[in-house]
Design a protein around this ligand. Structure first.
Ligand SMILES: Nc1ncnc2c1ncn2[C@@H]1O[C@H](COP(=O)(O)OP(=O)(O)O)[C@@H](O)[C@H]1O
Ligand SMILES: C=C(OP(=O)(O)O)C(=O)O
Ligand SMILES: [K+]
Ligand SMILES: [Mg+2]
Length: 574
Protein backbone atom coordinates (compact mmCIF):
# COMPACT_ATOMS: atom_id res chain seq x y z
CA UNK A 1 0.00 0.00 0.00
CA UNK A 2 0.92 3.63 -0.07
CA UNK A 3 4.03 4.42 1.89
CA UNK A 4 3.06 7.99 2.16
CA UNK A 5 1.79 9.82 5.15
CA UNK A 6 -0.64 12.61 4.50
CA UNK A 7 -1.50 15.51 6.68
CA UNK A 8 -3.53 18.55 6.05
CA UNK A 9 -2.46 22.00 7.13
CA UNK A 10 -5.64 23.83 8.17
CA UNK A 11 -6.17 26.65 5.75
CA UNK A 12 -6.67 29.07 8.66
CA UNK A 13 -3.11 28.46 9.84
CA UNK A 14 -1.75 28.63 6.39
CA UNK A 15 -3.26 32.03 5.76
CA UNK A 16 -1.39 33.39 8.78
CA UNK A 17 1.94 32.14 7.73
CA UNK A 18 2.20 31.91 4.00
CA UNK A 19 0.29 34.72 2.35
CA UNK A 20 2.85 37.08 0.89
CA UNK A 21 2.30 40.65 1.96
CA UNK A 22 1.93 42.05 -1.52
CA UNK A 23 -1.09 39.93 -2.33
CA UNK A 24 -4.59 40.75 -1.21
CA UNK A 25 -6.00 37.94 0.89
CA UNK A 26 -7.93 36.00 -1.72
CA UNK A 27 -11.17 34.21 -1.27
CA UNK A 28 -9.58 31.17 -2.83
CA UNK A 29 -7.57 30.62 0.29
CA UNK A 30 -10.47 29.02 2.07
CA UNK A 31 -10.30 26.09 -0.28
CA UNK A 32 -6.54 26.00 -0.47
CA UNK A 33 -4.68 23.36 1.43
CA UNK A 34 -1.25 21.85 1.12
CA UNK A 35 -0.92 18.17 1.74
CA UNK A 36 2.60 17.28 2.60
CA UNK A 37 2.88 13.53 2.87
CA UNK A 38 6.20 12.04 3.83
CA UNK A 39 7.56 8.99 2.10
CA UNK A 40 8.97 6.96 4.97
CA UNK A 41 10.53 4.14 3.14
CA UNK A 42 11.14 3.74 -0.50
CA UNK A 43 10.93 0.56 -2.37
CA UNK A 44 12.27 1.31 -5.77
CA UNK A 45 13.58 -0.50 -8.71
CA UNK A 46 17.37 -0.34 -8.84
CA UNK A 47 18.75 2.76 -10.52
CA UNK A 48 20.87 0.65 -12.85
CA UNK A 49 17.78 -0.85 -14.38
CA UNK A 50 16.09 2.50 -14.57
CA UNK A 51 18.85 4.16 -16.50
CA UNK A 52 19.05 1.62 -19.27
CA UNK A 53 18.45 1.64 -22.93
CA UNK A 54 18.66 4.24 -25.55
CA UNK A 55 19.79 1.62 -27.96
CA UNK A 56 17.21 2.64 -30.49
CA UNK A 57 14.77 -0.12 -29.72
CA UNK A 58 11.37 0.79 -28.48
CA UNK A 59 12.36 4.30 -27.48
CA UNK A 60 9.63 6.43 -28.95
CA UNK A 61 8.98 3.55 -31.26
CA UNK A 62 10.88 3.29 -34.48
CA UNK A 63 12.27 0.32 -36.23
CA UNK A 64 10.32 -2.87 -36.17
CA UNK A 65 10.71 -3.60 -32.49
CA UNK A 66 7.59 -1.93 -31.16
CA UNK A 67 5.22 -4.09 -29.21
CA UNK A 68 1.74 -3.33 -30.43
CA UNK A 69 -0.95 -3.64 -27.82
CA UNK A 70 -4.61 -3.12 -28.57
CA UNK A 71 -5.56 0.46 -27.82
CA UNK A 72 -8.14 1.18 -25.19
CA UNK A 73 -9.59 4.55 -25.95
CA UNK A 74 -12.42 4.37 -23.47
CA UNK A 75 -11.81 6.21 -20.25
CA UNK A 76 -8.10 6.24 -20.72
CA UNK A 77 -6.10 7.40 -23.72
CA UNK A 78 -2.47 6.65 -24.31
CA UNK A 79 -0.70 5.61 -27.45
CA UNK A 80 0.85 2.25 -28.13
CA UNK A 81 4.38 3.58 -28.49
CA UNK A 82 4.35 5.28 -25.08
CA UNK A 83 2.81 2.21 -23.53
CA UNK A 84 5.40 -0.13 -25.03
CA UNK A 85 8.19 2.24 -24.12
CA UNK A 86 7.18 2.56 -20.48
CA UNK A 87 6.77 -1.19 -20.21
CA UNK A 88 10.09 -2.05 -21.74
CA UNK A 89 12.37 0.70 -20.56
CA UNK A 90 10.84 2.18 -17.46
CA UNK A 91 10.08 5.84 -16.82
CA UNK A 92 13.48 7.36 -16.72
CA UNK A 93 14.55 6.64 -20.25
CA UNK A 94 11.54 8.15 -21.98
CA UNK A 95 12.38 10.93 -24.41
CA UNK A 96 11.84 14.44 -23.10
CA UNK A 97 12.50 16.46 -26.26
CA UNK A 98 9.50 16.55 -28.58
CA UNK A 99 9.60 16.05 -32.34
CA UNK A 100 7.78 18.00 -35.04
CA UNK A 101 7.75 16.65 -38.60
CA UNK A 102 6.71 18.64 -41.66
CA UNK A 103 4.40 16.58 -43.83
CA UNK A 104 4.93 16.75 -47.58
CA UNK A 105 4.76 14.46 -50.59
CA UNK A 106 7.21 12.01 -48.97
CA UNK A 107 5.06 11.46 -45.89
CA UNK A 108 1.41 12.29 -46.61
CA UNK A 109 0.20 8.69 -47.04
CA UNK A 110 -1.56 6.97 -44.12
CA UNK A 111 1.14 4.36 -43.80
CA UNK A 112 3.91 6.93 -43.87
CA UNK A 113 2.13 9.03 -41.26
CA UNK A 114 1.76 5.99 -39.06
CA UNK A 115 5.46 5.21 -39.44
CA UNK A 116 6.27 8.76 -38.30
CA UNK A 117 3.92 8.47 -35.30
CA UNK A 118 5.55 5.17 -34.42
CA UNK A 119 8.92 6.81 -34.79
CA UNK A 120 8.03 9.45 -32.21
CA UNK A 121 6.44 12.34 -34.14
CA UNK A 122 4.56 14.43 -31.59
CA UNK A 123 3.36 17.16 -33.93
CA UNK A 124 2.64 17.03 -37.68
CA UNK A 125 3.32 20.36 -39.37
CA UNK A 126 1.67 21.40 -42.61
CA UNK A 127 3.21 24.32 -44.45
CA UNK A 128 0.63 26.42 -46.31
CA UNK A 129 3.39 27.69 -48.62
CA UNK A 130 2.99 24.44 -50.48
CA UNK A 131 0.16 22.20 -51.66
CA UNK A 132 -3.57 22.89 -51.90
CA UNK A 133 -6.07 23.15 -49.06
CA UNK A 134 -7.60 19.87 -50.24
CA UNK A 135 -4.21 18.21 -49.92
CA UNK A 136 -3.75 19.59 -46.41
CA UNK A 137 -7.29 18.59 -45.42
CA UNK A 138 -6.53 15.01 -46.40
CA UNK A 139 -3.37 15.00 -44.27
CA UNK A 140 -5.26 16.39 -41.26
CA UNK A 141 -7.95 13.74 -41.69
CA UNK A 142 -5.34 11.00 -41.80
CA UNK A 143 -3.60 12.23 -38.67
CA UNK A 144 -6.96 12.43 -36.88
CA UNK A 145 -7.88 8.91 -37.92
CA UNK A 146 -4.52 7.61 -36.73
CA UNK A 147 -5.10 9.26 -33.35
CA UNK A 148 -8.58 7.82 -33.05
CA UNK A 149 -7.67 4.34 -34.12
CA UNK A 150 -4.32 3.97 -32.38
CA UNK A 151 -4.61 6.27 -29.38
CA UNK A 152 -1.86 8.66 -30.52
CA UNK A 153 -2.05 12.34 -29.58
CA UNK A 154 -0.26 13.68 -32.66
CA UNK A 155 -1.10 17.39 -32.81
CA UNK A 156 -1.47 19.29 -36.07
CA UNK A 157 0.37 22.57 -36.62
CA UNK A 158 -0.59 24.76 -39.54
CA UNK A 159 2.18 27.11 -40.66
CA UNK A 160 1.13 30.20 -42.63
CA UNK A 161 2.83 31.28 -45.81
CA UNK A 162 3.39 34.83 -44.63
CA UNK A 163 4.00 37.65 -47.03
CA UNK A 164 7.72 37.89 -47.50
CA UNK A 165 9.14 37.78 -51.01
CA UNK A 166 9.51 34.38 -52.58
CA UNK A 167 9.77 32.75 -55.98
CA UNK A 168 6.88 31.02 -57.72
CA UNK A 169 6.51 27.29 -58.08
CA UNK A 170 8.85 26.66 -61.07
CA UNK A 171 5.94 25.59 -63.26
CA UNK A 172 5.66 22.24 -61.51
CA UNK A 173 9.35 21.27 -61.71
CA UNK A 174 10.72 19.94 -58.39
CA UNK A 175 13.87 22.06 -58.71
CA UNK A 176 16.05 23.92 -61.21
CA UNK A 177 19.82 24.19 -61.34
CA UNK A 178 21.36 27.65 -61.67
CA UNK A 179 24.94 27.52 -62.99
CA UNK A 180 27.72 30.00 -62.50
CA UNK A 181 27.62 32.83 -65.08
CA UNK A 182 24.09 32.09 -66.31
CA UNK A 183 21.62 34.94 -66.76
CA UNK A 184 18.18 34.40 -65.21
CA UNK A 185 15.09 36.61 -65.41
CA UNK A 186 13.10 37.31 -62.24
CA UNK A 187 9.72 38.83 -62.97
CA UNK A 188 6.27 39.55 -61.53
CA UNK A 189 4.81 38.57 -64.91
CA UNK A 190 2.91 35.30 -65.11
CA UNK A 191 4.54 33.12 -67.75
CA UNK A 192 2.54 30.77 -69.96
CA UNK A 193 3.52 27.14 -70.29
CA UNK A 194 5.95 25.96 -71.27
CA UNK A 195 7.69 28.80 -69.51
CA UNK A 196 10.73 30.37 -71.17
CA UNK A 197 14.03 28.96 -70.03
CA UNK A 198 15.73 30.49 -66.98
CA UNK A 199 12.74 32.51 -65.83
CA UNK A 200 11.46 32.76 -62.30
CA UNK A 201 8.24 34.41 -61.13
CA UNK A 202 8.31 36.56 -58.01
CA UNK A 203 5.27 37.00 -55.74
CA UNK A 204 5.88 40.66 -54.84
CA UNK A 205 4.52 43.32 -57.20
CA UNK A 206 7.01 45.99 -56.14
CA UNK A 207 10.00 43.75 -56.87
CA UNK A 208 11.33 45.39 -60.05
CA UNK A 209 10.81 48.86 -58.58
CA UNK A 210 12.63 48.06 -55.36
CA UNK A 211 15.76 46.35 -56.63
CA UNK A 212 18.64 48.30 -58.14
CA UNK A 213 21.29 47.27 -60.61
CA UNK A 214 24.25 46.03 -58.55
CA UNK A 215 22.07 44.55 -55.75
CA UNK A 216 22.79 41.03 -54.63
CA UNK A 217 19.82 38.65 -54.79
CA UNK A 218 19.96 35.74 -52.32
CA UNK A 219 17.84 32.64 -52.72
CA UNK A 220 17.13 30.87 -49.40
CA UNK A 221 19.59 33.05 -47.54
CA UNK A 222 22.50 32.32 -49.89
CA UNK A 223 21.95 28.81 -51.23
CA UNK A 224 22.14 30.49 -54.65
CA UNK A 225 23.34 34.05 -55.34
CA UNK A 226 22.70 36.43 -58.22
CA UNK A 227 23.73 39.95 -59.09
CA UNK A 228 21.14 42.31 -60.60
CA UNK A 229 22.55 43.45 -63.96
CA UNK A 230 19.59 45.02 -65.78
CA UNK A 231 15.97 46.04 -65.26
CA UNK A 232 13.53 45.94 -68.20
CA UNK A 233 10.00 46.87 -67.04
CA UNK A 234 8.78 44.07 -64.77
CA UNK A 235 11.76 41.86 -65.67
CA UNK A 236 14.95 41.85 -63.64
CA UNK A 237 17.97 40.23 -65.32
CA UNK A 238 20.38 38.61 -62.89
CA UNK A 239 23.76 36.98 -63.23
CA UNK A 240 24.34 33.80 -61.21
CA UNK A 241 27.43 34.31 -59.04
CA UNK A 242 27.03 31.34 -56.68
CA UNK A 243 25.49 28.31 -58.38
CA UNK A 244 23.02 25.98 -56.69
CA UNK A 245 19.61 24.36 -56.69
CA UNK A 246 16.49 26.55 -56.90
CA UNK A 247 13.53 25.04 -55.05
CA UNK A 248 9.88 25.98 -55.61
CA UNK A 249 8.77 29.04 -53.60
CA UNK A 250 12.23 29.63 -52.23
CA UNK A 251 12.66 32.79 -50.20
CA UNK A 252 14.26 35.84 -51.84
CA UNK A 253 16.13 38.66 -50.14
CA UNK A 254 18.12 41.43 -51.73
CA UNK A 255 21.16 43.12 -50.30
CA UNK A 256 22.80 46.47 -51.06
CA UNK A 257 26.21 47.50 -49.72
CA UNK A 258 26.25 44.48 -47.39
CA UNK A 259 22.85 45.18 -45.78
CA UNK A 260 19.44 43.64 -46.23
CA UNK A 261 17.08 45.93 -48.16
CA UNK A 262 13.69 45.86 -46.54
CA UNK A 263 12.03 49.28 -46.62
CA UNK A 264 9.25 48.27 -48.92
CA UNK A 265 8.90 44.67 -47.93
CA UNK A 266 8.60 45.84 -44.34
CA UNK A 267 5.29 47.36 -45.47
CA UNK A 268 3.91 43.95 -46.39
CA UNK A 269 1.32 42.74 -43.88
CA UNK A 270 2.47 39.87 -41.61
CA UNK A 271 -0.78 38.06 -42.29
CA UNK A 272 -1.69 38.29 -45.99
CA UNK A 273 -5.20 37.88 -47.39
CA UNK A 274 -4.26 34.34 -48.40
CA UNK A 275 -3.03 33.69 -44.85
CA UNK A 276 -6.41 34.77 -43.44
CA UNK A 277 -8.15 32.26 -45.71
CA UNK A 278 -5.69 29.61 -44.57
CA UNK A 279 -6.33 30.56 -40.94
CA UNK A 280 -10.09 30.18 -41.52
CA UNK A 281 -9.31 26.79 -42.99
CA UNK A 282 -7.19 25.86 -39.96
CA UNK A 283 -9.93 26.92 -37.56
CA UNK A 284 -12.57 24.97 -39.51
CA UNK A 285 -10.37 21.88 -39.53
CA UNK A 286 -9.64 22.23 -35.81
CA UNK A 287 -5.84 22.31 -36.00
CA UNK A 288 -4.08 22.48 -32.64
CA UNK A 289 -1.45 25.10 -33.43
CA UNK A 290 -1.22 27.93 -35.93
CA UNK A 291 2.34 29.11 -36.55
CA UNK A 292 2.57 32.66 -37.90
CA UNK A 293 5.41 33.42 -40.28
CA UNK A 294 7.44 36.64 -40.18
CA UNK A 295 5.87 38.03 -36.99
CA UNK A 296 6.98 41.62 -36.50
CA UNK A 297 5.19 42.66 -33.31
CA UNK A 298 2.96 41.42 -30.50
CA UNK A 299 0.04 43.23 -32.08
CA UNK A 300 -0.46 40.71 -34.85
CA UNK A 301 -0.43 37.85 -32.32
CA UNK A 302 -3.02 39.57 -30.13
CA UNK A 303 -5.13 40.28 -33.18
CA UNK A 304 -5.02 36.68 -34.32
CA UNK A 305 -5.76 35.36 -30.85
CA UNK A 306 -8.88 37.47 -30.54
CA UNK A 307 -9.91 36.43 -34.05
CA UNK A 308 -9.56 32.77 -33.11
CA UNK A 309 -11.45 33.29 -29.88
CA UNK A 310 -14.37 34.87 -31.73
CA UNK A 311 -14.39 32.25 -34.50
CA UNK A 312 -13.64 29.04 -32.72
CA UNK A 313 -15.74 29.07 -29.61
CA UNK A 314 -15.06 25.57 -28.34
CA UNK A 315 -11.61 24.98 -29.67
CA UNK A 316 -8.58 26.58 -28.20
CA UNK A 317 -5.95 26.90 -30.89
CA UNK A 318 -2.45 27.86 -29.73
CA UNK A 319 -0.63 30.57 -31.66
CA UNK A 320 3.07 30.03 -32.29
CA UNK A 321 5.20 33.04 -33.26
CA UNK A 322 7.89 32.25 -35.80
CA UNK A 323 10.99 34.24 -35.02
CA UNK A 324 12.55 34.68 -38.44
CA UNK A 325 13.01 38.37 -39.11
CA UNK A 326 15.00 41.31 -37.81
CA UNK A 327 11.80 42.91 -36.50
CA UNK A 328 10.88 39.81 -34.53
CA UNK A 329 14.28 39.91 -32.80
CA UNK A 330 13.80 43.58 -31.97
CA UNK A 331 10.42 42.95 -30.32
CA UNK A 332 11.25 39.49 -29.02
CA UNK A 333 10.02 39.66 -25.45
CA UNK A 334 6.64 41.26 -26.20
CA UNK A 335 6.06 38.83 -29.07
CA UNK A 336 6.83 35.76 -26.98
CA UNK A 337 4.79 37.10 -24.08
CA UNK A 338 1.76 37.50 -26.36
CA UNK A 339 2.15 34.07 -28.02
CA UNK A 340 1.45 30.54 -26.82
CA UNK A 341 4.86 29.42 -28.03
CA UNK A 342 7.64 30.28 -30.46
CA UNK A 343 9.66 28.74 -33.26
CA UNK A 344 13.29 29.54 -33.93
CA UNK A 345 12.80 29.53 -37.71
CA UNK A 346 16.46 29.46 -38.64
CA UNK A 347 15.84 29.18 -42.38
CA UNK A 348 14.58 32.68 -42.92
CA UNK A 349 16.31 34.05 -39.84
CA UNK A 350 19.62 33.06 -41.41
CA UNK A 351 18.65 34.99 -44.53
CA UNK A 352 17.96 38.15 -42.54
CA UNK A 353 20.85 38.25 -40.09
CA UNK A 354 24.44 37.11 -40.67
CA UNK A 355 24.66 33.33 -40.26
CA UNK A 356 27.18 33.58 -37.45
CA UNK A 357 24.58 35.40 -35.37
CA UNK A 358 21.99 32.63 -35.64
CA UNK A 359 23.36 30.42 -32.80
CA UNK A 360 23.30 33.21 -30.22
CA UNK A 361 19.82 34.28 -31.38
CA UNK A 362 18.69 30.66 -30.94
CA UNK A 363 20.08 30.46 -27.42
CA UNK A 364 18.44 33.75 -26.46
CA UNK A 365 15.03 32.78 -27.87
CA UNK A 366 15.08 29.34 -26.19
CA UNK A 367 16.02 30.80 -22.81
CA UNK A 368 13.44 33.54 -23.00
CA UNK A 369 10.72 31.05 -23.88
CA UNK A 370 11.68 28.84 -20.98
CA UNK A 371 11.59 31.81 -18.64
CA UNK A 372 8.18 32.90 -19.88
CA UNK A 373 6.84 29.33 -19.92
CA UNK A 374 6.19 29.16 -23.65
CA UNK A 375 7.02 26.02 -25.62
CA UNK A 376 9.85 26.60 -28.09
CA UNK A 377 10.70 24.72 -31.28
CA UNK A 378 14.13 24.78 -32.92
CA UNK A 379 13.62 24.48 -36.69
CA UNK A 380 15.30 24.23 -40.08
CA UNK A 381 18.28 22.39 -41.48
CA UNK A 382 18.83 20.24 -38.38
CA UNK A 383 19.51 17.25 -40.62
CA UNK A 384 19.50 18.92 -44.03
CA UNK A 385 21.92 16.43 -45.62
CA UNK A 386 19.47 13.61 -44.81
CA UNK A 387 17.16 14.93 -47.55
CA UNK A 388 19.55 13.03 -49.82
CA UNK A 389 21.65 10.76 -47.62
CA UNK A 390 20.74 8.09 -45.07
CA UNK A 391 23.14 9.32 -42.39
CA UNK A 392 23.62 12.81 -40.96
CA UNK A 393 26.86 14.76 -40.90
CA UNK A 394 28.76 15.00 -37.60
CA UNK A 395 28.07 18.71 -37.62
CA UNK A 396 24.33 18.11 -37.88
CA UNK A 397 24.43 15.73 -34.93
CA UNK A 398 26.30 18.39 -32.96
CA UNK A 399 23.66 20.97 -33.89
CA UNK A 400 20.82 18.70 -32.76
CA UNK A 401 22.72 17.98 -29.52
CA UNK A 402 23.06 21.67 -28.81
CA UNK A 403 19.32 22.27 -29.18
CA UNK A 404 18.64 19.32 -26.85
CA UNK A 405 21.20 20.62 -24.38
CA UNK A 406 19.51 24.01 -24.43
CA UNK A 407 16.41 22.04 -23.49
CA UNK A 408 14.24 23.36 -26.22
CA UNK A 409 10.79 21.79 -26.06
CA UNK A 410 10.92 20.46 -29.59
CA UNK A 411 13.04 19.85 -32.67
CA UNK A 412 11.58 20.13 -36.15
CA UNK A 413 12.17 18.39 -39.46
CA UNK A 414 11.35 20.35 -42.65
CA UNK A 415 12.48 19.10 -46.04
CA UNK A 416 13.95 15.98 -44.36
CA UNK A 417 10.45 14.66 -43.70
CA UNK A 418 8.44 16.64 -46.28
CA UNK A 419 10.28 15.65 -49.43
CA UNK A 420 13.46 13.85 -48.40
CA UNK A 421 14.40 10.30 -49.21
CA UNK A 422 14.79 9.18 -45.60
CA UNK A 423 12.04 10.70 -43.41
CA UNK A 424 11.94 7.81 -40.94
CA UNK A 425 15.70 7.66 -40.60
CA UNK A 426 15.86 11.40 -39.97
CA UNK A 427 13.27 11.06 -37.21
CA UNK A 428 15.26 8.17 -35.74
CA UNK A 429 18.38 10.36 -35.64
CA UNK A 430 16.51 13.13 -33.79
CA UNK A 431 15.11 10.56 -31.39
CA UNK A 432 18.32 8.76 -30.60
CA UNK A 433 20.41 11.93 -30.30
CA UNK A 434 17.80 13.45 -27.98
CA UNK A 435 17.75 10.36 -25.77
CA UNK A 436 21.52 10.11 -25.58
CA UNK A 437 22.10 13.77 -24.79
CA UNK A 438 19.28 13.87 -22.25
CA UNK A 439 20.72 10.83 -20.50
CA UNK A 440 24.23 12.18 -20.57
CA UNK A 441 22.95 15.41 -19.12
CA UNK A 442 21.19 13.62 -16.25
CA UNK A 443 24.10 11.28 -15.53
CA UNK A 444 26.58 14.09 -15.45
CA UNK A 445 24.15 16.01 -13.23
CA UNK A 446 25.14 19.03 -15.21
CA UNK A 447 21.95 20.94 -14.57
CA UNK A 448 22.32 24.46 -15.68
CA UNK A 449 21.05 26.26 -12.61
CA UNK A 450 18.43 28.26 -14.40
CA UNK A 451 16.87 30.79 -12.07
CA UNK A 452 13.23 30.87 -13.02
CA UNK A 453 11.63 34.26 -12.63
CA UNK A 454 8.13 34.60 -11.16
CA UNK A 455 5.63 34.76 -13.98
CA UNK A 456 2.26 34.43 -12.25
CA UNK A 457 -0.18 37.26 -12.74
CA UNK A 458 -2.58 36.34 -9.93
CA UNK A 459 -2.34 34.86 -6.47
CA UNK A 460 -3.82 31.53 -7.50
CA UNK A 461 -1.32 31.35 -10.37
CA UNK A 462 1.43 32.03 -7.85
CA UNK A 463 0.29 29.09 -5.76
CA UNK A 464 0.39 26.82 -8.82
CA UNK A 465 3.81 28.11 -9.76
CA UNK A 466 5.26 27.62 -6.27
CA UNK A 467 3.77 24.15 -6.03
CA UNK A 468 5.26 23.13 -9.37
CA UNK A 469 8.68 24.63 -8.62
CA UNK A 470 8.77 22.83 -5.28
CA UNK A 471 7.44 19.56 -6.63
CA UNK A 472 10.06 19.53 -9.39
CA UNK A 473 12.82 20.24 -6.90
CA UNK A 474 11.57 17.52 -4.56
CA UNK A 475 11.39 15.13 -7.50
CA UNK A 476 15.07 15.75 -8.29
CA UNK A 477 16.22 15.55 -4.67
CA UNK A 478 14.22 12.42 -3.87
CA UNK A 479 15.02 10.89 -7.26
CA UNK A 480 11.41 9.91 -7.77
CA UNK A 481 10.38 7.88 -10.80
CA UNK A 482 7.76 10.26 -12.13
CA UNK A 483 5.75 13.37 -11.50
CA UNK A 484 1.99 13.01 -11.95
CA UNK A 485 -0.08 16.08 -12.70
CA UNK A 486 -3.86 16.22 -12.93
CA UNK A 487 -4.75 19.25 -14.93
CA UNK A 488 -7.84 20.36 -16.85
CA UNK A 489 -6.35 23.23 -18.82
CA UNK A 490 -2.79 21.90 -18.96
CA UNK A 491 -1.36 24.91 -17.14
CA UNK A 492 0.06 23.00 -14.17
CA UNK A 493 1.64 20.51 -16.57
CA UNK A 494 3.40 23.29 -18.44
CA UNK A 495 4.65 24.81 -15.18
CA UNK A 496 6.20 21.47 -14.24
CA UNK A 497 7.69 21.06 -17.70
CA UNK A 498 9.23 24.53 -17.38
CA UNK A 499 11.32 23.27 -14.44
CA UNK A 500 12.84 20.57 -16.70
CA UNK A 501 12.93 17.99 -13.87
CA UNK A 502 15.03 14.81 -14.05
CA UNK A 503 12.03 12.48 -14.15
CA UNK A 504 9.25 12.36 -16.75
CA UNK A 505 5.93 14.08 -16.11
CA UNK A 506 2.74 12.06 -16.60
CA UNK A 507 0.12 14.67 -17.45
CA UNK A 508 -3.49 13.55 -17.00
CA UNK A 509 -6.07 15.76 -18.60
CA UNK A 510 -9.76 15.37 -19.29
CA UNK A 511 -9.89 16.49 -22.92
CA UNK A 512 -8.29 15.08 -26.02
CA UNK A 513 -7.46 18.53 -27.41
CA UNK A 514 -5.51 19.53 -24.30
CA UNK A 515 -3.72 16.19 -24.47
CA UNK A 516 -2.64 16.92 -28.04
CA UNK A 517 -1.43 20.40 -27.20
CA UNK A 518 0.62 19.14 -24.25
CA UNK A 519 2.37 16.81 -26.64
CA UNK A 520 4.58 19.70 -27.80
CA UNK A 521 6.02 20.34 -24.34
CA UNK A 522 9.27 19.08 -22.93
CA UNK A 523 9.08 16.00 -20.70
CA UNK A 524 5.30 15.64 -20.69
CA UNK A 525 3.69 12.28 -21.34
CA UNK A 526 0.08 13.29 -21.87
CA UNK A 527 -2.82 10.94 -21.10
CA UNK A 528 -6.51 11.61 -21.42
CA UNK A 529 -8.37 10.43 -18.36
CA UNK A 530 -11.71 11.32 -16.86
CA UNK A 531 -11.09 12.29 -13.27
CA UNK A 532 -12.94 13.89 -10.40
CA UNK A 533 -12.09 16.49 -7.77
CA UNK A 534 -11.22 13.74 -5.34
CA UNK A 535 -7.46 13.24 -5.60
CA UNK A 536 -7.44 10.07 -3.54
CA UNK A 537 -9.73 8.33 -5.97
CA UNK A 538 -7.95 9.84 -9.00
CA UNK A 539 -4.65 8.45 -7.80
CA UNK A 540 -6.09 5.04 -7.08
CA UNK A 541 -7.79 4.91 -10.44
CA UNK A 542 -4.63 5.98 -12.26
CA UNK A 543 -2.43 3.53 -10.39
CA UNK A 544 -4.69 0.62 -11.16
CA UNK A 545 -5.07 1.58 -14.83
CA UNK A 546 -1.35 2.07 -15.33
CA UNK A 547 -0.46 -1.03 -13.34
CA UNK A 548 -2.94 -3.18 -15.22
CA UNK A 549 -1.21 -2.15 -18.46
CA UNK A 550 2.26 -2.66 -17.05
CA UNK A 551 3.29 0.98 -17.29
CA UNK A 552 4.08 1.37 -13.58
CA UNK A 553 4.55 -1.09 -10.78
CA UNK A 554 4.31 -1.42 -7.03
CA UNK A 555 6.99 0.49 -5.24
CA UNK A 556 7.55 3.14 -7.92
CA UNK A 557 7.89 6.49 -6.25
CA UNK A 558 5.69 9.26 -7.55
CA UNK A 559 5.05 12.90 -6.71
CA UNK A 560 1.54 14.03 -7.61
CA UNK A 561 0.20 17.56 -8.00
CA UNK A 562 -3.13 18.81 -9.24
CA UNK A 563 -4.88 22.02 -10.12
CA UNK A 564 -8.09 21.03 -8.34
CA UNK A 565 -6.78 20.49 -4.86
CA UNK A 566 -3.53 22.39 -4.85
CA UNK A 567 -1.33 19.85 -3.17
CA UNK A 568 1.95 17.96 -3.37
CA UNK A 569 1.83 14.27 -2.51
CA UNK A 570 4.70 11.83 -2.34
CA UNK A 571 3.48 8.29 -2.85
CA UNK A 572 4.82 4.82 -3.41
CA UNK A 573 2.67 3.05 -5.95
CA UNK A 574 0.72 0.48 -3.92
N1 LIG B 1 2.62 20.28 -48.88
C1 LIG B 1 3.73 20.21 -49.62
N2 LIG B 1 3.65 19.89 -50.91
C2 LIG B 1 4.76 19.82 -51.67
N3 LIG B 1 6.02 20.03 -51.21
C3 LIG B 1 6.16 20.36 -49.92
C4 LIG B 1 5.03 20.46 -49.06
N4 LIG B 1 5.48 20.81 -47.84
C5 LIG B 1 6.82 20.91 -47.94
N5 LIG B 1 7.24 20.63 -49.19
C6 LIG B 1 8.62 20.58 -49.69
O1 LIG B 1 9.51 20.46 -48.58
C7 LIG B 1 10.44 21.54 -48.56
C8 LIG B 1 10.78 21.92 -47.15
O2 LIG B 1 9.64 22.29 -46.43
P1 LIG B 1 9.58 23.62 -45.57
O3 LIG B 1 10.88 23.86 -44.90
O4 LIG B 1 8.38 23.52 -44.73
O5 LIG B 1 9.30 24.74 -46.67
P2 LIG B 1 10.21 25.91 -47.23
O6 LIG B 1 11.38 25.26 -47.88
O7 LIG B 1 9.29 26.57 -48.20
O8 LIG B 1 10.55 26.79 -46.07
C9 LIG B 1 9.77 22.63 -49.38
O9 LIG B 1 10.70 23.50 -49.96
C10 LIG B 1 9.01 21.85 -50.42
O10 LIG B 1 9.87 21.49 -51.48
C1 LIG C 1 10.61 27.18 -40.44
C2 LIG C 1 10.80 28.19 -41.26
O1 LIG C 1 9.77 28.72 -42.01
P1 LIG C 1 9.36 28.16 -43.45
O2 LIG C 1 9.84 26.77 -43.58
O3 LIG C 1 7.88 28.29 -43.50
O4 LIG C 1 10.03 29.13 -44.36
C3 LIG C 1 12.13 28.84 -41.39
O5 LIG C 1 12.23 29.84 -42.08
O6 LIG C 1 13.08 28.32 -40.76
K1 LIG D 1 5.53 28.80 -43.88
MG1 LIG E 1 10.44 30.75 -42.80
Amino acid sequence: MSQSLNFLIPSSRLSDTTVPKQFPKPSLLSTFAIRLPVAKARTRRPIAAVLTSDNGKGVGGGGGGVVVVAADVGSFEVDLVTEAELKENGFRSTRRTKLVATIGPATSGSEQLEALAEGGMNVARINMCHGTREWHRLVIERVRRLNEEKGYAVAVMMDTEGSEIHMGDLGGAPSAKAEDGEIWTFSVRAFGSPRPERTITVNYDGFAEDVKVGDELLVDGGMVRFEVIEKIGPDVKCLCTDPGLLLPRANLTFWRDGSLVRERNAMLPTVSSKDWLDIDFGIAEGVDFIAISFVKSAEVINHLKSYIKARARDSDISVIAKIESIDSLKNLEEIIQASDGAMVARGDLGAQIPLEQVPSAQQKIVQLCRQLNKPVIVASQLLESMIEYPTPTRAEVADVSEAVRQRADALMLSGESAMGQFPDKALTVLRSVSLRIERWWREEKRHEAMELQDIASSFSDSISEEICNSAAKMANNLEVDALFVYTKTGHMASLLSRCRPDCPIFAFTTTTSVRRRLNLQWGLIPFRLSFSDDMESNLNKTFSLLKARGMIKSGDLVIAVSDMLQSIQVINVP
